[in-house]
Ligand binder design. Structure first.
Ligand SMILES: [Zn+2]
Length: 242
């Protein structure tokens, strides 16, 4: 009888130990995942104070990789292209670098295509530029990023419809954007004569140590074409050498 009780106790001890180990290892796995997980953070959400919200999706891709920032929403009418990036990038696997996507969502005076206002008069564009300057610029300039990419679209008034360019004449941002164009079948390097948003984000970033360039898509391209171009951009950026 004594032996039988001993055996039962030993079996119980083994079962308890096995459960304890399983629980400990599950907790460890959870903790590791937490530090590497992609997460969404609200930077500004006060409709009384601002003309929109600003959020960031952090830690996409390789959490140990070099850091790259994307920005969408500076110009609210260009949101189909912005949504294309937000849909595709967080679902990519085997990325080399670690990405944060800053998302500006203008809620006041978004405007509409064909409103007759030029780029400098459109209050929705100005609202987005102001949010970029006040809330996104400080995050990126202090964020230890190798590169920032500001995503826009255009109505086809330029010589090219899908292109990258730096708002400054020389430096790393020009080199990186040129490499993207060389490695993408459907993306050209083309610098328009001027930009309305440059002074609010990409120019000061370049002037303060963070290379920043623009990606421009054609606003009225079909969604499957927007997807194809965005994947070309994402992959080319992920294969840049820093
Ligand atoms: Zn734009």
């Amino acid at each position: 009888m004594i032996k039988k009780e001993h055996i039962i106790i030993i079996i119980l001890l083994i079962i308890i130990s096995a459960f304890s180990l399983a629980i400990i290892s599950l907790n460890c796995a959870d903790n590791n995942e937490d530090t590497n997980d992609t997460y969404r953070e609200v930077l500004v959400n006060d409709s009384n104070e601002t003309s929109g919200t600003v959020e960031v999706i952090r830690n996409i891709g390789n959490p140990n990789g070099k850091r790259i920032a994307y920005v969408v929403g500076v110009h609210p009418l260009e949101n189909e292209t912005h949504r294309t990036l937000v849909k595709l990038l967080p679902n990519m696997t085997n990325l080399n670098y670690c990405y944060d996507i800053y998302i500006i969502n203008v809620t006041e005076d978004i405007g509409y295509y064909g409103d007759g206002l030029n780029n400098y008069e459109n209050p929705g564009r100005q609202n987005g530029q102001n949010l970029a300057q006040k809330y996104v610029y400080p995050e990126i300039v202090n964020g230890n990023y190798e590169l920032a990419i500001d995503v826009h679209s255009n109505i086809g008034a330029y010589e090219y419809k899908t292109f990258v360019f730096s708002p400054v004449k020389e430096g790393k941002s020009v080199d990186y954007a040129n490499q993207i164009a060389q490695n993408c079948e459907n993306i050209t390097y083309y610098a328009p004569p001027s930009t309305t948003s440059g002074p609010y984000l990409t120019i000061p970033l370049n002037e303060n140590g963070i290379p920043a360039f623009y990606f421009e898509e054609y606003s009225f391209a079909p969604q499957d074409v927007k997807d194809e171009h965005m994947l070309e951009l994402i992959n080319a950026v992920d294969n840049l050498n820093f």
